[in-house]
Ligand binder design. Structure first.
Ligand SMILES: [Zn+2]
Length: 331
């Protein structure tokens, strides 16, 4: 067994989140070992957080003396995947932080930094719901709405490295204002906080009858997307309608993007995706109804849960290293 593990290559997968830092050793075959996590404490600023990241990675590297070929970091964007600079992260409050260089200078191991949603898409392609698919879309529904595009087996970055922002597909230029500054982006309807906003609008403005307040003991300030999921699971008509409408917005977005990118399948990831069929069924039915050019396109729930970014980061680190050795440009 020792002999076998000595021959296996390992990468460190790292997930740099606004709340938690998470690291693990991942083998080239996708085995995950030595998981660690710490609070990010983003308020202490980039230098302190980077010190913490280095410390956490060193802890992982110590584990088992395994041969680590490279380190992949899934980070919030916008970022430049070529230089590994975090251009601006509202979550971390970072501007122009050269993360890749800081880590490589301290750890002497090649580091790949890429967008967390793109890393999740790659993780799902490597070991999750997208196994065997060389072209796929992955939508990550959480506090924001992230997107990943796998094109011919690799992450598609576009001209400036910012491709994949499916959450900023504009559904209605006169719609609600989005965090990106535009109006009516998908994110401004289906991120977890916006699912809550639509529900509260329906309750407070439109006086819709619903049992949703019971799920928060009458205190609607505490309402989260999870409570609305619970109410929909219990057949509350308003909560079910909110999920139906969420499926419509996502289905409409996918119907616009699928004819352009021609993916084999679509994966729905992130905390809101844990609603399962309550969300997936309306997405599928609206997509099938709206899109005529190509169907059926399977819409699947992500399989890696929280670990998509972490595992994807390690997978990209392996893949990029392979590309470097074969002198192929970019990923
Ligand atoms: Zn936007």
């Amino acid at each position: 067994m020792n002999q076998k593990s000595n021959q296996t290559s390992w990468a460190v997968g790292f997930d740099l989140g606004g709340t938690n830092l998470r690291a693990a050793l991942v083998s080239e075959h996708g085995k995950v070992r030595a998981r660690y996590s710490r609070n990010t404490f983003a308020e202490r600023g980039p230098d302190a957080v980077i010190e913490e990241i280095i410390d956490l990675i060193k802890e992982v590297l110590k584990k088992g003396h395994r041969k680590v070929a490279s380190i992949g970091v899934a980070a919030p964007g916008p970022l430049d995947p070529g230089t590994g600079v975090i251009i601006k992260s509202p979550n971390l409050k970072w501007t122009n932080v050269p993360l890749k260089k800081c880590l490589e200078d301290n750890l002497n191991i090649p580091v790949i930094v890429d967008n967390d949603s793109q890393m999740t898409a790659f993780g799902e392609k490597w070991l999750g719901a997208g196994r065997g698919a060389n072209n796929l879309l992955c939508l990550t529904l959480g506090t924001g709405v992230g997107g990943g595009v796998i094109f011919n087996g690799h992450i598609f970055h576009g001209e400036t490295g910012s491709a994949g922002h499916i959450g900023h597909h504009i559904l209605d230029p006169n719609g609600p204002k989005c965090g990106c500054g535009a109006h009516g982006c998908l994110e401004s309807y289906v991120s977890a906080p916006n699912i809550v906003r639509r529900t509260l609008d329906a309750i407070n403005t439109n006086r819709r009858a619903t049992l949703i307040p019971q799920y928060v003991n009458g205190d609607l300030k505490r309402l989260t997307a999870y409570h609305i999921f619970q109410a929909a699971r219990d057949q509350d008509p308003l909560a079910m309608e909110i999920f139906e409408e969420t499926g419509y917005y996502i289905g409409l977005t996918l119907a616009s993007i699928i004819p352009i990118l021609d993916p084999k399948l679509v994966i729905i990831s992130g905390q809101v995706a844990q609603s399962g069929d309550l969300l997936l069924k309306p997405i599928r039915s609206h997509l099938d109804r709206i899109l005529h050019l190509r169907h059926p396109v399977p819409v699947l729930q992500a399989q890696l849960g929280d670990n998509g970014g972490l595992i994807g980061a390690a997978g990209v680190a392996f893949s990029r290293l392979g590309e470097c050795s074969s002198r192929t440009k970019g990923v």
